[in-house]
Each structure stands twice: as C-alpha cells, then as structure tokens.
Design a protein around this ligand. Structure first.
Ligand SMILES: O=C(O)CCC(=O)C(=O)O
Ligand SMILES: [Fe+2]
Length: 311
C-alpha cells in the first residue's frame, strides 16, 4: 500500500469514527417532549420559572411575571405606535387579526432586540421550542375597545401550518407581551386549558362550545403558549388600547414565518446587537450553507445544528 493510500485510509477511518461518535451522542442526548435539558435547568431554577414550565406542559399556556424593565416597555409601546402610524396596516383576517392595527418584522430594531433577548423570554423559548430556536414572527398590534363586533383572531392554534396531529415536540412558542399589562376587560388573550393535548385544530363545534379563560398579565410580564394551544384575542370592553408585542420562536428545523436573512448577512448589525440575536436569526445553523459543488462551508455548523436539534 502506498504512503498516500495509508494516510488517506487513516483520515477516512477517523472521519467514520467521528460520525459514529456523533450519532451515538445524538441518540443519547435526545430530550423527551417537555423535558428540560441539563444545560437549561440552572437558568430555569435561577429565574424561578419552574411553575411556568409546569403550566406550559399541563395547561398549554402560562403567564411569566417580572420579565421586562418598565422603562423598556415604554420604549416598546412608543415604537409599536410609531410603526403602526407610519405603515397604517390593519389586519384583514387570514393570518392577520381582523380589524387590529399591526406592524411586522420588528427584529433588528434595538428596542425589540433588547426585549426579546431578556433572560426569561430566552429561557422559556428554549424550553418550549428547543435549543437553537429561531425568531419566527416579531409583530406589534394595537387592539381598540370593541363596539360590539369581535376584533382580532378567533380560536386557533399557532401550529396551523403544520400537518395534524401536531408533533409532540412543540414547534412554535408564542410570547405575547402587553406594554401596559392586560386584564380580561382590557382584552387579554384567552386560551382553553389542556387544549394543546389534542394536537390538532379545534372543530367548529369545539370553537362554539369552548370555555376559554383570560391570560391576565401584570405590567412587566408576558403570556406564552404552545403551538398546539387553542387561543383567541380577548374583547376589550374598556376605553384605551392594548399594545402588544407578539414574539414567536420556532424549533430550529421549521421554516420561520419572517425571513431575517438580511440581518444574518449584516455583519455590522450582528456585531452591535445582543449576542443572542445571532442564534435567533440562525447564524449557527447549517441551513442554506451548501455550495453548488455540494460542499458544506462550515462543518462545525452541521454538528452544532444536529446537537442543538436534540435539545
Ligand atoms: O391577539 C391576541 O390576543 C392573540 C394573538 C395570537 O393569536 C398570536 O399572537 O398568536
Ligand atoms: Fe395565535
């Protein structure tokens, strides 16, 4: 055997054993649906989020308190109102909340970036949508007092574009963060406890009969639900408006609703943004990194993506 041949052979053997080790690690690491990974556990503990973890598992929704500094909420409220006044978009149903003013694609704005990288949001997203979760939608809405007509999104599940039964591992984790908090009268989002266990959309009969409860959020907190949880906009019966950030993250292998590729390519932005934004826009993932020669430019991303996908 030639010298080159034996070197090549050694290289190939090494590559194969690396692959075998990787597969062994992937099969050993995989978390059960709803399990908290070893690496996330200390953060859940430190941030006092065990009750929320339990509620998401059992009820399908939860309210996290004391998550956002109040002055940051004021900045967020101003931003959402400014965007809405500039663009003047009012939802017309079919994926938009009918009758509700909205603005979308908010990631990349420093106020939103600071809010969505706060520790309680990141920890709950990682628990619900897995390590390496990506920004799915980052939208703002302003809900007015209802004059008798229903305004908003009727009962639905955010997994609506996934086939049914929905996967046991949650794929879409939605956080709704009201800038002033939200009571039932102020139009708090409503949900059906335990509905996530059906892992499908509600039938018209179920929608008609459903007994929903409001997700009452004190200022500084947020409501969160799984992609399978049946929920709907509440009715605002009192004067004033409900200003809400809808921020959802998706399991890393699903196709995010909003495309943030422009942020991923903007090195100056990424260098200045909070470190965690890199993860939310998929900077560590291998998707889309193959060249036309079939080569993967960054094999580290492949390994990292595979490992994160199990957690
Ligand atoms: O308007 C609401 O309260 C609910 C919105 C909603 O369904 C969502 O953000 O997923
Ligand atoms: Fe929703």
């Amino acid at each position: 055997m030639s010298r080159i041949g034996s070197e090549k052979r050694a290289e190939m053997t090494e590559e194969i054993s690396e692959d075998v080790n990787l597969m062994a690690e992937l099969s050993a690491r995989s978390l059960a649906p709803g399990e908290v990974s070893d690496s996330l556990r200390p953060r859940i503990e430190e941030l006092g989020l065990w009750r929320n973890v339990e509620e998401l598992r059992e009820q399908g929704a939860t309210v996290v308190t004391d998550a956002v500094p109040l002055d940051l909420l004021d900045e967020l409220r101003t931003l959402i109102h400014e965007k809405i006044e500039t663009h003047q978009v009012v939802g017309a149903g079919a994926g938009h909340a009918a009758g509700v003013a909205e603005c979308a694609m908010l990631l990349g704005n420093s106020v939103v970036d600071r809010v969505v990288t706060l520790p309680k949001l990141l920890a709950m997203w990682e628990f619900s949508a897995g390590k390496g979760m990506r920004a799915g939608t980052m939208a703002g809405t302003v809900l007015q007092q209802s004059e008798g007509e229903f305004i908003g999104v009727p009962l639905h599940a955010d997994h609506a574009w996934l086939p049914q039964p929905f996967p046991e591992h949650n794929c879409v984790a939605t956080i709704c963060l009201p800038c002033e908090g939200m009571t039932e009268e102020e139009g708090a989002t409503r949900f059906i406890p335990g509905s996530h266990l059906h892992r499908r959309l509600p039938s018209p009969a179920e929608t008609a009969e459903a007994k929903s409860i409001p997700l009452v959020v004190p200022k500084g907190g947020f409501a969160m639900w799984t992609g399978s949880t049946w929920h709907a906009t509440g009715v605002r019966t009192v004067p004033g408006v409900r200003t809400l950030l809808h921020a959802s993250c998706q399991r890393l292998y699903t196709q995010p609703v909003e495309d943030y590729t422009h942020l991923l390519r903007d090195e100056a932005y990424l260098a200045a943004a909070p470190e965690e934004i890199r993860g939310l826009v998929g900077a560590d993932l291998f998707f889309g990194t193959k060249s036309s020669e079939g080569l993967v430019p960054d094999p580290e991303k492949v390994v990292k993506s595979l490992l994160m996908a199990q957690q």
